[in-house]
Design a protein around this ligand. Structure first.
Ligand code: G1P
Length: 291
């Protein structure tokens, strides 16, 4: 396969977010905020900091707030200018100029693979592309996606973000078999979606960040819906395993699963303790509470 720089990311954001109801009844779950930034902005910033210049968001019903968030808002800009709120104005300006944004709709939520297929015409036939799921925030020295992109550059093959999880948690994730491999980057020998604890080949879990090659996208077109009627990216990755190398990479960084309430709370505490205006008072407050 010829080397191609990865410029685009596909981010599926059409899900209903039922785990956060009623908060998500009238707003997208991706717009829930961690301190003062919506979750989706952290994901987009991860992509931009990794060198991605084109962001493809696969949206659905009730997701307009996401488009508005990354667009300009002239009235707000005007008012901030009038009130001389310079730093707020700069931040608002930065958000809409971070990258080029494209939106496609997924009319029915038929799985993450189906969402990715809605964006296929925006990706060149020979073009590898990044895929980020909207719930997985990883905080570390270098963006998790950049780490995957480096693995791709070395191997020119699909890459899956991976993390060791507690054995009791394997049934919540795609689980990767790396045949006892001990390195951070390994060849994947098998993928099992949400196995029983008894049947899991390892405790190495798939986290929602991937480098997808044209071969994987071609395989995705042929994937049949699973038992739940969903077309899943993991099934396309499984089907290419027989004919080509797929790598898993245990990234450096701390993962927050913002699709779960506990993960979301942990992320809130992390970003609260990082926030330049709040960190001192927030740390003081946390130390003072009795649990
Ligand atoms: C999806 C994938 C799964 C992966 C997870 C990571 O599952 O199918 O392999 O471990 O994302 O977030 P979902 O959580 O969407 O059911």
């Amino acid at each position: 396969m010829s080397k191609q720089t990865i410029k685009k990311v596909i981010i599926p954001v059409a899900g209903f977010g039922t785990r956060f109801l009623p908060a998500t009844k009238a707003q997208p779950k991706e717009m829930l905020t961690l301190v003062d930034k919506p979750v989706i902005q952290y994901i987009v910033e991860e992509a931009v900091e990794s060198g991605i210049t084109e962001i493809i968001l696969v949206t659905g019903q009730n997701k307009r707030a996401i488009e508005d968030h990354f667009d300009r808002n002239f009235e707000l800009e005007y008012r901030l200018k009038q009130k001389k709120k310079k730093s707020e104005l700069e931040e608002i300006d930065r958000i809409s100029n971070m990258a080029k944004f494209y939106y496609v709709r997924q009319q029915t939520p038929l799985g993450d693979g189906h969402a990715i297929l809605q964006a296929i015409n925006l990706v060149g036939k020979d073009e590898p592309v990044a895929v980020l799921f909207g719930d997985d925030i990883v905080v570390g020295k270098s963006p998790a996606l950049k780490q995957l992109m480096d693995v791709y550059e070395q191997n020119l093959a699909p890459v899956i973000a991976a993390e060791r999880v507690d054995k009791k948690e394997v049934n919540k994730y795609g689980i990767i078999d790396i045949n006892g491999g001990k390195d951070k980057t390994n060849k994947v020998t098998e993928l099992v979606e949400k196995p029983d604890i008894k049947n899991a080949p390892s405790n190495l879990a798939v986290i929602g960040k991937y480098i997808v090659t044209p071969e994987v996208l071609q395989a995705l077109v042929k994937v049949k819906p699973d038992k739940g009627g969903e077309i899943r990216l993991i099934d396309a990755l499984k089907s290419v395993l027989a004919t080509q190398d797929v790598y898993s990479h245990e990234y450096e960084g701390t993962h927050y699963d913002c699709g779960s309430k506990l993960g979301f709370l942990k992320a809130t505490i992390h970003f609260g303790l990082q926030h330049k205006e709040l960190k001192r008072d927030f740390a003081k407050y946390l130390k003072s509470i009795k649990i």
